[in-house]
Design a protein around this ligand. Structure first.
Ligand code: ZN
Length: 238
């Protein structure tokens, strides 16, 4: 198991709304925080995606080993953003490199489903069609953004040997925090790899831009689902 360095604690407001609380915070390689937390126009992101795909197809781009599946994951992410979902996509590859399942975030559209993150959608699709498969050796899931705690746990339970993420998620990613899971999950994950994908800088930035495009607005909707008072003072006191 590949365990990353423990990240510094980020206060919840910094993690979810970095531009509010600390506009000068430093930028760490993945999903960018604070100063660069600026939304790109969706049409411009589409152009960038097409340009990177064209460069990869013609071998004219900078190129990196995981650029191919990362582009497919970003394509799914763009489609997710386009209809109002979180900008995250994922593809599952067989040992041959063939795409055997793909998924995009579907939490908000067409209707709210809290569990339909891109990785979950891809795994659901795979397990529905490959339910009899007992050996996933050589399979790789490539996701455009570092898996959240829910998806990291699912990927461990699904026994996907290798998980690669294009952009790190400083506020919600779990791939670099697997050492904080309960012991049984850590044990299960011992032979699995969670690691950054080896992609070009431009592609990593695009994955990050797709993710943050509507992130703040959608997380605000999540907060609203608790209602105006959340669990309420009465419930807290009882
Ligand atoms: Zn997730």
């Amino acid at each position: 198991m590949l365990l990353g360095e423990r990240e510094e604690e980020i206060p919840i407001d910094d993690a979810l709304f970095p531009s509010r609380s600390n506009p000068d915070a430093p930028v760490h390689g993945g999903v960018r925080k604070a100063a660069s937390f600026m939304k790109q126009d969706l049409g411009l992101l589409r152009q960038q995606l097409d340009s990177l795909a064209a460069a990869a197809a013609s071998c004219a781009g900078p190129g990196a080993p995981d650029d191919g599946p990362a582009l497919l994951a970003c394509e799914e992410a763009w489609e997710a953003v386009r209809v109002g979902n979180y900008g995250v996509g994922a593809v599952l590859l067989a040992p041959s490199g063939q795409v055997v399942a793909r998924g995009r975030n579907q939490v908000f559209h067409p209707q709210f489903h809290s569990d339909l993150h891109a990785e979950m959608v891809a795994l659901n699709a795979f397990e529905e069609t490959h339910g009899a498969m007992s050996d996933l050796g050589g399979h790789v899931l490539v996701t455009s953004v570092e898996p959240c705690p829910m998806c990291a746990a699912r990927l461990i339970l699904a026994r996907v040997p290798k998980v690669l993420y294009v952009a790190a998620d400083e506020g919600g990613g779990m791939a670099r925090g697997l050492d904080r899971l309960p012991p049984s999950f850590r044990k299960l994950a011992e032979l699995q790899v969670f690691a950054p994908a080896d992609v070009s800088t431009a592609l990593r930035k695009l994955a990050s831009d797709l993710f943050i495009h509507n992130l703040e607005a959608l997380r605000a909707l999540l907060f609203k689902r608790l209602g105006p008072t959340g669990c309420g003072a009465h419930d807290l006191a009882t």
